[in-house]
Write a protein that binds this ligand. Structure first.
Ligand SMILES: [Zn+2]
Length: 67
C-alpha cells in the first residue's frame, strides 16, 4: 500500500481505495452524513473550509481475527 501511495502521491481517497483494492482483501469507503464540510479543524488558519477528507487506516474484521 505504501508503495502504491509513493507512486501516486496526489491521489484522492477514492483513487487510493481503488488502487489498493487490488492489493488488499477489501477496502471500505464511507461518506459522513450532514452538510459539508462535515468536520471542523481545530484551527482553520484563515482558510474557508469547503470540505473535509479523512482516511481511517486499520484492519478489516477478517484480518483482525487471531489466526
Ligand atoms: Zn482484511
Amino acid at each position: 500500500m505504501l508503495e502504491w501511495l509513493a507512486r501516486h502521491p496526489y491521489a484522492t481517497a477514492d483513487e487510493v481505495a481503488a488502487g489498493v483494492r487490488g492489493l488488499l482483501g477489501s477496502v471500505s469507503t464511507q461518506a459522513v452524513e450532514g452538510p459539508a464540510p462535515c468536520l471542523e479543524p481545530s484551527t482553520a488558519a484563515g482558510f474557508v473550509i469547503d470540505e473535509a477528507e479523512v482516511v481511517f487506516w486499520g484492519l478489516c474484521s477478517d484480518c483482525a481475527k487471531p489466526s
